[in-house]
Each structure stands twice: as structure tokens, then as C-alpha cells.
Design a protein around this ligand. Structure first.
Ligand code: SAH
Length: 350
């Protein structure tokens, strides 16, 4: 069955022209009426995917420790704000805020800014974050130019990517076009100078991320000017886009992979984050980065196992089982522990 967004996109291509992969992804996720984040109950067991903060409160508690540590490393400035990019249901910020109750001298001076483009999710966040001093923004531009700690969990993988495909010695932009009643990928205009590797087979896909690149650059320039730190956690690899071939675009519908042309607007579409590229962008903008870690390493380094132990002491048998399996899911290498990576960026005078 065609979704309303499928019909919209099909008509749009027939009337105008093929869409680039990025334009297509952007409509799937962000179309004002039918886009995935505008309409769907995305996260949690009822949704299409479950994110780390929805799995265990300990995730946000560890991020709270990261926030405190970064603030202390900055010399405890008394002007400081916390920004979250793509806060989903507001669960991560809720857990961070609760975690920060252990540090009232920070929590009392902290303003929270949420960058969220979905009015529907903003309403859910408002409900979850009652009592927290929150301001919402469509993008980072309107966030005050002050010392800032930024957190972003599963934000970058939702930013539209573009794809190129190699065909007979030449790279072409990959586009989405119509095939009678259906949609299909096709070759668009030839592209120059994006991938230097020539010896690849026909059909090889190369991804580039103009939007993520621009956002990362803006964020790092801002951190350089204002001082601050940033924590990026996402599904991806410690590679640069230039070193990576292959199509990482994927759609999830009710926890199962589907074709990106099925369930358009009702499935979540993401692409793997190339962490090395983000890290290089930070360095080019004079920020300091730590080596990319796995989520498991990062959470353990902040003491998630000790936190679990403390929580278990007060838990009944049922709670204990849930706590244990939650933490296990976050850190185990065969679960989220290795698939998810962490990049920390710092910019302040030590
Ligand atoms: N961080 C949350 C949710 C991740 S889903 C969690 O871990 O549970 C991605 C989030 O980013 C959603 O809140 C979505 O609405 C938001 N988002 C995606 N693209 C965006 C964009 N271009 N601008 C602002 N918010 C965006």
C-alpha cells in the first residue's frame, strides 16, 4: 500500500525532476505533514527503533557525568548552557537533569536549549521536561552565543546524505526517480572531484554528507568562539567518508529493516555516521578531539558498571533483571556496545 508521502514524492518527481538521495531522505524524515519525525511514534518498544536513553536511565546518568566533567575541565565557568541536538522524547535530557541534581552548583546556573524540528516531538519533550529551564530552537543558529556543552545522540545519522554511483569510469549523483507506479534509484548528473578513487567497480556507491559537514563545521566554529565541549554518540564507524564505499542508507519499520521505498514517511531512514570525518572537521576548526571510542568503552569509562551495582542494591528481582539487561544492551559488544561510537570534542583554554 502506498503511503501519502509515497504518492506525494511520486507526483513531485513526475511533475518536476528526479530527487537526489539527500532530497529524498530529507522529505522522508522532515516533510512538514507526512515526514517520519513529524508523525510517527518513533522510539521505544512500540515504535520503529529503540535508542539508548529509552533502554536505560543509566545512559543519561553517564552523560550527566560527562557534562559535569567537561564543565569542571573548563574551569567551572559560571556562564554555561547545555544544548541537545535532536532530543527525541526528551528522555536523555530528563535523565541528565536528574543526574545533575548531584551537582547543584552547576544545575542551578544551567540553561537548556533543545534543537528540534518536529513540533510533535517538542510537545512530548515539553511534557517530559516539566520544571527544566528549556528553550526550543529549529537549528543551532538561534542558540545564545555562550560557553556551551552540546550532546547529540542519534542526531547525525538522521541528517540527509547524498550518494554517488560509479559507472564506466565516472561518478554520477545517485537520484530517485519513478518507474511507472514505483520509485527506483537511477544515475543523475556526472560529479567531479568528490571521490579520488578510480579503480572501483561499476555500481559502487560513495556517500557524502553535505548537511552533517556544514552542521559540524558550524558547531565547532561556535565552540571555538564561545568555548565548550561536544559529545556525539551514534551508529557508525571510525572511518572517513573518503575511505568508505558502500550504501549505508537503511530504513527501519517496527524494528525490522525494509526497503527505503517501502513505508515512506512511516519508516525511519538513517545512514551510518563516518566518525573520522566529524573528528577531522573538529580538528580543522581548531577543536581538540579524543580518539573515537565505542559506546561500550565510553560508558564503562564513566562508571556505568558501578552505577548499575548501586541501583541493584535498591532493586527488587524484577527491577534488577531489567536494569541488568538494559546496561548489557548498551555496553555488550554484540549489542549496542560496539555498533555505536562516541566522539568527544573540546575547545577551551586549559
Ligand atoms: N536523541 C533521541 C532521538 C534520536 S532521533 C534519542 O536518543 O532517543 C532523531 C532526533 O533528531 C528526533 O528528535 C528528530 O526529530 C530530530 N531531528 C532530526 N533531524 C533534525 C534536524 N534536521 N533538525 C532538528 N532536529 C532534527
Amino acid at each position: 500500500m502506498n503511503t501519502p508521502l509515497f504518492d506525494f514524492i511520486h507526483d513531485m518527481i513526475d511533475t518536476n525532476d528526479a530527487l537526489t538521495v539527500g532530497q529524498f531522505m530529507s522529505l522522508c524524515l522532515g516533510h512538514p505533514q507526512h515526514g517520519y519525525y513529524m508523525t510517527q511514534e518513533a522510539f521505544g518498544s512500540k515504535g520503529d527503533f529503540t535508542t539508548a536513553p529509552e533502554i536505560s536511565q543509566t545512559f543519561g546518568e553517564m552523560v550527566a557525568i560527562w557534562v559535569v566533567t567537561a564543565w569542571e575541565k573548563m574551569g567551572k565557568p559560571d556562564m554555561i548552557q547545555l544544548v541537545e541536538l535532536g532530543p527525541g522524547r526528551g528522555t536523555l535530557m530528563k535523565d541528565i537533569w536528574r543526574g545533575l541534581s548531584a551537582k547543584p552548583e552547576l544545575r542551578d546556573i544551567l540553561n537548556v536549549h533543545l534543537v528540534e524540528f518536529s513540533p510533535r516531538l517538542r510537545d512530548i519533550q515539553k511534557e517530559a521536561l516539566q520544571g527544566v529551564p528549556v528553550t526550543w530552537h529549529d537549528n543551532i543558529e538561534t542558540v545564545p552565543y555562550l560557553p556551551t556543552l552540546i550532546v547529540a545522540n542519534e542526531f547525525f545519522d538522521a541528517l540527509p546524505i547524498e550518494q554517488a554511483m560509479h559507472h564506466q569510469g565516472q561518478w554520477y549523483q545517485r537520484v530517485v526517480t519513478t518507474a511507472e507506479e514505483d520509485l527506483m534509484f537511477s544515475l543523475g548528473k556526472p560529479l567531479q572531484g568528490i571521490a579520488t578513487h578510480k579503480d572501483v567497480e561499476d555500481g559502487t556507491v560513495y556517500e557524502y554528507a553535505p548537511i552533517a559537514t556544514e552542521i559540524m563545521q558550524d558547531l565547532c566554529r561556535r565552540l571555538y568562539d564561545t568555548t565548550g565541549a561536544m559529545l556525539i554518540i551514534d551508529y557508525g564507524d571510525d572511518v572517513a567518508l573518503d575511505e568508505r564505499f558502500g550504501d549505508t542508507l537503511q530504513a527501519l519499520y517496527q524494528h525490522k529493516p525494509v526497503s527505503v521505498f517501502e513505508q515512506i514517511g512511516t519508516s525511519d531512514i538513517t545512514a551510518h555516521v563516518a566518525f573520522r570525518s566529524l573528528s577531522l572537521l573538529a580538528q580543522e576548526n581548531l577543536c581538540v578531539t579524543l580518539p573515537v571510542q565505542t559506546q561500550g568503552e565510553f560508558l564503562k569509562s564513566l562508571g556505568i558498571e558501578l552505577r548499575l551495582k548501586a541501583l541493584l542494591e535498591k532493586a527488587d528481582a524484577e527491577q534488577a533483571a531489567a536494569l541488568q539487561s538494559g546496561v548489557q544492551r548498551l555496553v555488550a559488544p554484540d549489542q549496542m556496545g560496539d555498533l555505536f561510537k562516541v566522539l568527544q570534542v573540546f575547545c577551551y583554554d586549559a
